[in-house]
Design a protein around this ligand. Structure first.
Ligand SMILES: NC(=O)c1ccc[n+]([C@@H]2O[C@H](COP(=O)([O-])OP(=O)(O)OC[C@H]3O[C@@H](n4cnc5c(N)ncnc54)[C@H](OP(=O)(O)O)[C@@H]3O)[C@@H](O)[C@H]2O)c1
Length: 244
């Protein structure tokens, strides 16, 4: 199981309950990955070749790609490595968010487009992106950025005007409304992750009438995809509700 998401953790619980042999793989992006009821491994495999070799060496029969919808490299590698190793693959994902009445969203296709779209007078922006991509926003140094990271980074972000909050979700709508008000945020920039874990900021933005710049999902190769951990259990031949 390729993890790093709430869905992967939920599936790990079901797999452990069903006493299936499973390993959960983390990229190693956070300092303290959450404890899991199945064995974990941490770190990249070394591209498609490395993952295909891992699948063969560990006699893997089923590969579940439960990575984040923006983990496009890992997901593409999973499709190709599973094909090469002759392993069955399924993706456990979530539907993208869609705007409803009261939302003020604009869409951009990717991160470079988001950065380009920020040209203009200074704003106070909540950058809900994770630490990997934040330094690229130094190209628009006129803005004040609010950052929220799971861990304190080794080096401070390369943004001249920013405030860093170290905290891990899920957050409530009340918490996010409070954060946006406390920092006088006038724009939220985020990825269209989907799912409920990171949705509070969107409801908070709607509540406060704030605009959201939404980065669309990256393109992924064709693969079988489901949205519920139970559907993966069914695919594995283990109906979760029977607990067998
Ligand atoms: N991108 C996001 O916005 C986001 C948000 C929340 C959580 N995450 C989680 O963070 C992790 C990294 O995401 P990313 O966007 O950096 O991925 P990515 O760009 O698609 O992957 C880059 C490289 O990281 C390694 N990798 C990624 N996921 C892995 C996993 N589950 N187990 C082992 N190696 C992994 C692979 O290295 P090798 O080529 O060496 O195998 C992969 O080629 C994923 O587990 C993802 O679910 C990502």
């Amino acid at each position: 199981m390729l993890g790093g998401t709430t869905e992967a953790s939920a599936l790990a619980r079901l797999l452990a309950q069903a006493e299936l042999r499973a390993t959960l793989s983390y990229a190693g992006r956070t300092d303290n990955p959450r404890a899991q009821p199945v064995p974990i491994r941490v770190g990249g495999f070394g591209g498609v070749d490395g993952l295909a070799a891992y699948l063969r060496d560990h006699h893997i029969t089923h590969l579940v790609d439960a990575t984040h919808p923006f983990a496009a490299t890992m997901s593409a590698n999973a499709v190709e490595a599973a094909r090469r190793a002759g392993v069955a693959l399924i993706a456990l994902s979530r539907p993208p968010w869609t705007a409803i009445a009261g939302d003020r969203w604009t869409s951009v296709p990717d991160l470079p487009a988001a950065i380009a779209a920020l040209a203009g007078p200074p704003r106070r922006i909540m950058l809900a992106l994770g630490r990997m991509h934040v330094d690229a926003f130094a190209a628009q140094p006129q803005h004040h950025y609010l950052l929220r990271f799971v861990d304190r980074p080794a080096a401070p972000p390369a943004l001249p005007r920013h405030i860093l909050v170290v905290d891990s979700g899920p957050f409530t709508v009340e918490e996010d409304v409070g954060l946006m008000q406390a920092h006088e945020i006038d724009l939220i920039l985020c990825k269209n992750a989907g799912g409920s874990g990171a949705q509070a900021k969107l409801i908070a933005a709607r509540t406060l009438g704030l605009p959201v710049m939404m980065i669309d999902r990256p393109a992924l190769p064709q693969r079988m995809e489901v949205w519920r951990p139970d559907d993966v259990m069914a695919w594995l031949g283990h109906a979760a509700d029977r607990g067998v």
